[in-house]
Design a protein. Structure first.
Length: 395
């Protein structure tokens, strides 16, 4: 079975991290992804985070399903390679600061001159227009400026940033969605287009009705730690064996089951218990009841009791728990791939399952420039021409 994007070629000319993650998702769905890196300055993600035996672990996932080539786009030879590649591709993803491609005479007009169906996805910190357009942008800035950090953390603590690239990951999903939408539009019109994403906007889109709330009520959601302003109890609770569980009572029926389970059925009959907002106003009493009950039991006992009561609970996992979980194993959430450098390597599998055209992890992240000769050969370069480009530092 072939992936749904088989036959689509994607040029990944982006770095750190949203653009490359988007290209990874597209590659998982069968697209032929060609990763273009500078000959002497590889994608910084190759050196980001932990490594084993000198091999970066994040790159093994981020670079999966990608053929890797090198080209210096600021040189005439590298520019020509990029133009030929764009002419034979469906999508280009880039995250240079605005006007950088134009300065190299690689703007959309040039890239699409011989390929009017090309989709160019431009992923930057602040978008292609506006007073901040030239500022350097990273996920951390989006997590701050979207409002996420302001509402995250304990009430008496500072705004809190996530310990991983949350904004980059969300922007990557938005980019992959935008690209497939643009390809669908092309199937009707025959024309490509430019997709402009700032990393702030996808982050903002998942934060709920914050803008509407401010517009209509002039109120700002406060920091509440693990609690919710919309319902209670909702928190993490420590078990007798020193583990943690998370409890959610977003629906009324679940809230009632939880309070009966923890031995406080009389609270269900209180008038304020009938709404999430009412329960949130009595969060101290509800939290204390759940915390005391959980503290007397092991994590396994808590999860079993909640399951029997059809109440919502989840153990707080770390990576070692994820790879051992039977439900995630049944879904195939983690896949183990053979890697040339490290042997068997476990990583997250594709995002979802499709019955007829499923995605697939075909290989792990490859060495810098490993496929340059192959890809340039596909573009019509001879071995002599490739050697000349390499000698000039263009590839």
């Amino acid at each position: 079975m072939s992936g749904p994007l088989e036959g689509i070629r994607v040029v990944d000319a982006a770095t750190l991290f949203a653009g490359p993650i988007a290209a990874m998702h597209l590659g998982d769905m069968g697209a032929d992804v060609v990763k273009v890196e500078h000959p002497r300055r590889p994608d910084p993600s190759r050196g980001h985070g932990p490594a084993k035996d000198g091999h970066n672990l994040w790159w093994k996932t981020l670079g999966r399903n990608k053929r890797t080539v090198t080209a210096d786009l600021s040189q005439p030879g590298g520019r020509e390679v990029f133009l030929r590649l764009a002419a034979q591709s469906d999508v280009v993803i880039e995250n240079f600061r605005p006007d950088t491609l134009e300065r190299w005479n690689l703007g959309y007009d040039q890239l699409s001159a011989d390929n009017p169906g090309l989709v160019l996805a431009r992923v930057t910190g602040f978008g292609q227009v506006g007073p901040y357009r030239r500022r350097p942008g990273f996920g951390t800035l989006a997590e701050a400026m979207s409002g996420f950090a302001a509402m995250t953390g304990e009430p008496d603590g500072p705004p809190t940033l996530p310990p991983f690239g949350l904004a980059d990951g969300i922007t990557a999903l938005a980019t992959a969605f935008a690209v497939t939408a643009a390809l669908q539009a092309r199937s009707r019109t025959g024309a490509g287009q430019v997709v402009d994403l700032s990393i702030i906007e996808p982050m903002l889109s998942v934060l709920g009705p914050q803008i509407t709330r401010w517009d209509q009520l002039r109120t700002i959601q406060p920091r509440t730690g693990n609690r919710s302003v919309n319902n209670a109890p909702r928190n993490t609770y420590r078990t007798r064996d020193g583990r943690w569980v998370a409890v959610s009572t977003s629906s009324q029926s679940i809230a009632e089951r939880v309070m009966r389970l923890v031995g406080r059925p009389e609270l269900v009959d209180e008038p304020w218990f009938a709404t999430g907002a009412g329960r949130a106003q009595h969060v101290e009493e509800l939290d204390a009841a759940v915390a005391a009950w959980v503290a007397e039991r092991t994590r396994a006992e808590v999860v079993e009791a909640f399951e029997e009561a059809q109440a919502a609970v989840a153990p707080v996992y770390d990576a070692s728990d994820v790879v051992a979980d039977p439900q995630l194993a049944a879904l195939g959430t983690v896949v183990t791939m053979d890697d040339d450098d490290l042997g068997p390597v476990a990583m997250q599998n594709v995002l979802f399952r499709m019955s007829a055209t499923p995605g697939e992890v075909r290989w792990t992240g490859r060495a810098h420039g490993a496929d340059t000769d192959e890809v340039l050969g596909d573009l019509g370069y001879t071995a002599t021409e490739i050697a000349e480009l390499r000698g000039a530092g263009a590839v």
